[in-house]
Design a binder for this molecule. Structure first.
Ligand code: FES
Length: 166
């Protein structure tokens, strides 16, 4: 971050100027989708695993978002952080850790971080669910938004603070 302005807005603008790992991952091993009931935003996270020193680790992560800029910035940072992490370490990653670079989120934006955390948790639990050869949900994010049942009931709705709370 090279913006001399240290405000949340300035850090956010820096982060979304060049978001990392944005886009669908056709060969993902696991996909997690979460929607926010209050703002209607939605985020999907894709994970690809690899073996390293006999351990299963995240090779790469990407995301798709019909969401606000804050969610995009956090998902960009989170997907960078996830590279090389074991599943156990990824499970411990909290929304607060994902947003460290942005600094404390304004109260109305806290749910944006929770949505990214939720998508990660969902992708990690899908990884658990698909261990026995069950199929990964590969519906498009737009399709899932239009018909949440198409995501195999895997869309989780976060109960969040309304965007227009004073
Ligand atoms: Fe709802 Fe950011 S995800 S405003």
């Amino acid at each position: 971050m090279d913006n001399p302005d240290n405000s949340f807005e300035a850090k956010l603008q820096d982060a979304i100027a060049n978001p990392q790992n944005m886009g669908e991952m056709p060969d993902a091993d696991s996909i997690g989708t979460v929607g926010s009931a209050d703002c209607g935003d939605m985020l999907r996270m894709f994970l690809k695993f690899t073996e390293k020193d006999g351990k299963k680790v995240i090779d790469r992560a990407s995301f798709q978002s019909f969401g606000c800029q804050t969610a995009i910035a956090i998902a960009s940072m989170a997907t960078e952080m996830l590279k090389g992490k074991s599943v156990a370490d990824a499970q411990k990653l909290s929304a607060e850790e994902m947003t460290t670079e942005l600094g404390p989120l304004p109260p109305v934006k806290i749910h944006c971080g929770q949505m990214v955390e939720g998508a990660l948790r969902s992708a990690l639990s899908e990884e658990e669910n698909t261990k026995d050869g069950n199929a990964v949900d590969r519906n498009t994010l737009a399709g899932s938004m239009a018909n949440p049942q198409s995501a195999g009931g895997k869309i989780k709705i976060n109960i969040t603070q309304p965007e227009n709370t004073p």
